[in-house]
Every structure is written in structure tokens, then in C-alpha cells.
Write a protein that binds this ligand. Structure first.
Ligand code: TRP
Length: 329
């Protein structure tokens, strides 16, 4: 039997944190055994907020290299750049014609993002429709994304069902694949908020590509509390977050980590957490450097991925064009 399709994408709009790594990238590799995985660099989404062209170009290739460094096999999975597969834009146009503006206006991410813009452009409103196209082009069954994307997946299901009803069954109706119950990684400086690369305080987050000394320094400065004992408890959110980071990298239960540090002080805890992160990231960082430095190989991966993605996507788009009544010779 053919494997079911898993689709996910990341925008090349900045460096990724260990939260992105533990919550998404590190799981993407594991899914490859059981699913046909399709991983995309969403550069067309990225331009819905203004980008410096040179930065966007560089970060797009950074992200392809990072996917590979995190264990995505570009032969087994489809790994490609969104703008290199024209069907994404083409299907988006068709789906725009059956998407309600009211529903787009109610997307919480749109509301948040548009508040930050002086002028709100149509691309930002239609951002979710492009996402819907990404997913539907490949007859995706599962979309592994964070909770913040749930509303967009619901929209995807609505639009797929609307098209299937209005014309005839065409799209697989996908489901969100909830991240495996694991920790939400919080800010090292304020454990009440999620770790984010856009935090003004650089000590609040650890990037996947941070140097070992930077990682050690940031963890040393992490906020704890005055209790002085290591417990995995909501009353000690800073310590809890450190235990979450430790246990995620060590692939153990937080309870086990708590026992390990039962008689430790915060200094010792932090040293061990830092070593776990440094050790966990080092194979990723090494592989990243190797592949990012090999322009030819990166280009080959992108071309190969785009070609295979285009082949799959064009099958779906042809069906769509036929069903809506476009002339095809
Ligand atoms: N909007 C997603 C994010 O910012 C990225 C994305 C684009 C995506 N297209 C997608 C995720 C399709 C899942 C499926 O995280």
C-alpha cells in the first residue's frame, strides 16, 4: 500500500530556536519511516511581510540545509522551495474563488500580524489560502504543525470539502497531526511566554545554530527561583523549563530528569542542561556546516525536490482545472 502523505512547511524568515527543533524539525525526520513526507521552504509565504531580497535568498538555502542537517533525507522525502513549484500559486488562485473573506478576516494570526502593519496588503489576508494550496496539492493526510496553526488546518478542511462538494471528490481532507506530547519550550528569561527568536532579549532563546559557548552562557543566565531545590512543578516554571529542555534532548521523561537532579543545586542543573543541549545539537550543526558549504549539492537537492513536487502537484492541478471548466488540450 502507498504510504500516506505528511506535509509541512517552514518560512525562511529567520533563525530557528531549540523550540522549533524539539517541537517540529526533530520529529520530521522520524515521520519518514511511516509516511511519504513532503517538506517545503515557504518563501512565498515569507514575502507577505517585507523581506530584504538578499536575506530571503540566503535564508531559503539555510533552511534547506537545516532540514537536511536535521535528518530529512532528500531522496526519500520531497524537500523543495515553494516558489520553484508554480502549482502553488496556480491552485491558490482557484481556491481564492471559493474562500470567504469573512473567514480570512477571522483568522487570529491575520489579526495579530495585520495589527503590526501600517498598511495591510492582500497577500497577508490570503496567506492561509496559499497554505491550503500547499497542503491540498499533494493529497496530504496529515499536517504536523503547532497549535497556533490549527485554525489554518480547519480552513484547509473547509475549502477541500467545499470544492469536493461543489465539483466532485478531488482533494483528500487533511488532519492536523498534533505534536507528540512533549514540552512547550519557554523563554529562558520569562518562562511564562513561549521561546521565540523574535524576543528582544537574546538570552531568552537558544538558536539551533548557536555556538556551544553561547548556549552555555545563555543557560547559565536562565531565570530560576529562590526555592533552591530542583522540582518539576508549575510553581517553579524556570526550573521546570530547564528540566523540559534537558529531558527532551536526552529523550527521557521529565520525572526521570527530576529524580536525576534531586540533590543538585541550580548551578549543577544548568551545567548539565547546557551539556545536553550542546551534545544534542552538535551532530546537527556539523552536518549543517558541511551541507551549507556545498553549493552544488544544495542546488541539486532543490532541483531534484522541485521536479518531484511539480510532478505530484501538476496531477492535482490538472484535475482541478478540468473540474472548474478550464479548456485543456
Ligand atoms: N504558516 C506556517 C508557519 O508559519 C508555515 C506553512 C506554510 C505551513 N505552508 C504550510 C505549515 C503548509 C503547514 C502546512 O508555521
Amino acid at each position: 500500500m502507498d504510504k500516506k502523505v505528511v506535509f509541512s512547511a517552514i518560512q525562511p524568515s529567520g533563525s530557528l530556536t531549540i523550540g522549533n527543533y524539539l517541537g517540529a524539525l526533530s520529529n520530521f525526520a522520524d515521520l519518514q519511516k511511516d509516511y511519504q513526507c513532503i517538506y517545503c521552504v515557504a518563501d512565498m509565504h515569507a514575502i507577505t511581510v517585507q523581506q530584504k531580497p538578499a536575506d530571503l535568498r540566503r535564508r531559503t538555502l539555510d533552511l534547506i540545509a537545516l532540514y537536511v542537517a536535521c535528518g530529512i533525507d532528500p531522496e526519500e522525502s520531497l524537500l523543495y522551495i515553494q516558489s520553484q513549484v508554480p502549482e502553488h500559486a496556480e491552485l491558490t488562485w482557484v481556491l481564492n474563488t471559493i474562500t470567504s473573506i469573512g473567514q480570512l478576516n477571522r483568522m487570529t494570526q491575520f489579526k495579530d500580524k495585520s495589527k503590526k502593519q501600517k498598511e495591510v496588503y492582500a497577500g497577508l489576508l490570503n496567506y492561509p489560502v496559499l497554505m491550503v494550496s500547499d497542503i491540498l496539492l499533494y493529497q496530504t493526510s496529515y499536517v504536523p504543525v503547532g497549535e497556533d496553526q490549527r485554525q489554518h488546518i480547519e480552513l484547509t478542511r473547509d475549502i477541500a470539502e467545499r470544492f469536493n462538494t461543489r465539483y466532485s471528490p478531488t482533494f483528500t481532507v487533511p488532519e492536523i497531526m498534533a505534536p507528540k506530547v512533549g514540552a512547550r519550550i519557554m523563554s529562558l528569561q520569562n518562562p511564562a511566554v513561549k521561546m521565540s527568536k523574535s524576543d528582544a532579549d537574546e538570552n531568552a532563546f537558544i538558536l539551533i545554530l548557536d555556538e556551544p559557548d553561547v548556549i552555555r552562557r545563555k543557560i547559565k543566565r536562565a531565570v530560576t527561583d529562590s526555592v533552591g531545590e530542583v522540582h518539576y512543578s508549575d510553581e517553579q516554571p524556570g526550573v521546570k523549563n530547564l528540566l523540559d529542555i534537558y529531558s527532551s534532548f536526552k529523550k527521557i521523561d521529565p520525572d526521570e530528569a527530576e529524580r536525576e537532579f534531586a540533590s543538585a543545586g541550580y548551578g549543577e542543573l544548568k551545567e548539565c542542561v547546557a551539556e545536553a543541549v550542546v551534545e544534542g545539537l552538535s551532530p546537527v550543526q556539523e552536518k549543517y556546516k558541511e551541507i551549507r558549504g556545498d553549493k552544488k549539492e544544495l542546488e541539486r537537492i532543490c532541483r531534484h525536490g522541485a521536479e518531484r513536487a511539480h510532478y505530484m502537484a501538476s496531477k492535482t492541478l490538472k484535475k482541478v482545472y478540468r473540474k472548474v471548466g478550464f479548456v485543456q488540450f
